[in-house]
Design a protein around this ligand. Sequence first.
Ligand SMILES: CC(C)(COP(=O)(O)OP(=O)(O)OC[C@H]1O[C@@H](n2cnc3c(N)ncnc32)[C@H](O)[C@@H]1OP(=O)(O)O)[C@@H](O)C(=O)NCCC(=O)NCCS
Length: 172
Amino acid sequence: MVVSDLPQVEGAQLALISGSAVPELQELLERCADFEVMVTGSPPDAHAAADLLVEVPPEHALRDKLVIGVWTDQGLTAAIDLLRDFPDPHAWYLGMLLVAPEARGRGLGAAIVAALRPWIVAKGGWTIRLIVQEQNPAALRFWNRQGFVEVGAAVQELDDRTNQVRRLELRL
Ligand SMILES: CC(C)(COP(=O)(O)OP(=O)(O)OC[C@H]1O[C@@H](n2cnc3c(N)ncnc32)[C@H](O)[C@@H]1OP(=O)(O)O)[C@@H](O)C(=O)NCCC(=O)NCCS
């Protein structure tokens, strides 16, 4: 997807993550190993950031994927993984929102979601969808507070683990 503008978050700079920022993303993922262990049972491997940039569901185009970095005066502080028109046209799938551990609980996540909402609408999106693993109740509270509602449940089959997940949706 060609993106000439990105959401605006006060006190932060947002930019698409591409090759040169992969080491910073890898470092962020490693600092957030707690999350990866909670979801997959293992910490991120050495290629986690590079893989994230090219992971798309089967038969979905890489051009619809965006990995956005959020830089603050602390460096790369958060990352957003978005997929446009998945699983349906006008639905945007939020594959990941990750805030660095030391920056959590200070409103950055909420500010990112608030900035994404009008931006996705302007790009033709009608909903944001995501899943939350059952073992992540703090994230569920966070998404509920942002207005996301549960629209179903599913089973997430990973390589070494199976997760019960909730499907959440925010209508824009
Ligand atoms: C969930 C997350 C994106 C929220 O961003 P944030 O900047 O911490 O959120 P805010 O400061 O705007 O809001 C704080 C709320 O986030 C939630 N939260 C989730 N995980 C949290 C954490 N590790 N630390 C602090 N708050 C967390 C809580 O509901 C908290 O509210 P509470 O203080 O009433 O418990 C962020 O905490 C994070 O990256 N967590 C780990 C990864 C994750 O779970 N991502 C979501 C995947 S579905």
